[in-house]
Design a protein around this ligand. Structure first.
Ligand code: AMP
Ligand code: MG
Length: 340
């Protein structure tokens, strides 16, 4: 894993990795960090200037808190003020991995990072490069996705370089991201013994629930949470993960309908047709890459076909969640003889 850094390159097996990464930060640049979910735009939690730069470069509103990434359990304990039972059982079951825990924050985590909340979102990414950097620095890093606010998340180094210059960001090329969509986020409510399902990712609810201590239950995000306020409904804004061209999602009743629409759309130069792989792991892994590719084709719309049974398959919850936010139009149970 090397980068084409000006003046040398950044290799994660370099014994002087910490020094080199600090040099990047001292130049006022951020680090693009490969993780198993998507590439993150990283800054140390103890550098308020660089944390501010993350918001600035992404164009991210200040009321949208950042996830803190850690390389060890000791680092995780440093950024929280409580470590309730499920934090232990869930982190032991899923870390390093695509699960983010929202816990009471420690004083070392600034208001800028948490958007003024008294909780902090923490996760340990499952990628050798991310873990090497976090462990070498021994400072937790904020690392939201390395994309512009509301746009598609980057799943390879080239996606980051297409948006940010070398003057702004040092990219560690860790290859394509294995998971491909952002982490599952859960909130730990110790008083009510409830685990809040805040953002679906690639972990199924049942799988997470299986690792809860006795007496705990999994619940949906707070009822009545306002989707326009990311602090009340984190990661649940309606518009997110968008290509620049309108994405139209067409839910097909059966295979015959999918084939009929595919045939029609393929012959229509105004549309770029997208069909996701059958396997949900592959579909998530490919999602942002295929949307990005379709976005460059010069058509008027991106048209994605989605077999209806996926909507009710718990394994597909994360992918469907991203599609709903990315889509400008969602065709379902419509009379297509009129709409097309
Ligand atoms: P990302 O853009 O993938 O880094 O995701 C960050 C998401 O985590 C955002 O949608 C936040 O709203 C959510 N998040 C971060 N910190 C907190 C927190 N303290 N409480 C609840 N959600 C959080
Ligand atoms: Mg993001």
């Amino acid at each position: 894993m090397k980068t084409e850094q000006r003046g040398g390159g950044l290799a994660v097996d370099d014994p002087r990795l910490a020094e080199r990464v600090h040099a990047v930060f001292d130049q006022g640049r951020l680090l693009a960090l490969p993780t198993e979910t998507v590439y993150g735009l990283a800054a140390p939690i103890d550098r308020p200037d660089l944390v501010a730069r993350v918001f600035e470069l992404k164009g991210r509103p200040a009321d949208n808190p950042l996830i803190v990434h850690v390389g060890t359990w000791e680092q995780a304990r440093r950024v929280v003020s409580a470590w309730p039972e499920p934090a232990e059982s869930l982190s032991r079951a899923f870390w390093p991995g695509p699960l983010t825990l929202v816990l009471p924050r420690a004083a070392c985590v600034s208001d800028a990072i948490t958007a003024g909340l008294d909780s902090v979102a923490v996760r340990m990414p499952d990628h050798p490069a991310a873990l090497a950097v976090l462990r070498a620095l021994d400072v937790p890093l904020v690392a939201p996705s390395a994309n512009l606010f509301t746009r598609l998340s980057p799943t390879c180094a080239a996606d980051v370089r297409a948006v940010f210059s070398a003057e702004q960001v040092e990219v560690i090329d860790g290859g394509p991201c294995r998971v491909g969509i952002e982490s599952t986020i859960v909130g730990v409510d110790d008083q009510r013994r409830v685990l809040l399902w805040l953002r679906p990712g690639m972990l199924a609810r049942a799988e997470v629930a299986r690792h809860l201590p006795d007496g705990w239950r999994l619940a949906a995000a707070p009822a009545g949470a306002d989707e326009s306020d990311p602090r009340l409904a984190p990661g649940r804004m309606q518009t997110h993960y968008r290509p620049t061209r309108p994405l139209h999602v067409h839910v097909c009743r059966d295979r015959a309908e999918c084939e009929r629409l595919a045939d029609r759309f393929q012959r229509d130069a105004a549309r770029s047709l997208v069909v996701l792989p059958q396997s949900v792991e592959q579909a998530a892994g490919d999602l942002y890459r295929v949307l990005r590719a379709a976005d460059t084709e010069g058509s008027q719309t991106i048209d994605l076909l989605l077999p209806s049974q996926r909507l009710h398959d718990p394994a597909w919850e994360g992918v469907i969640n991203r599609l709903r936010k990315a889509a400008s139009l969602w065709f379902q149970n419509t009379d297509r003889s009129k709409s097309d």
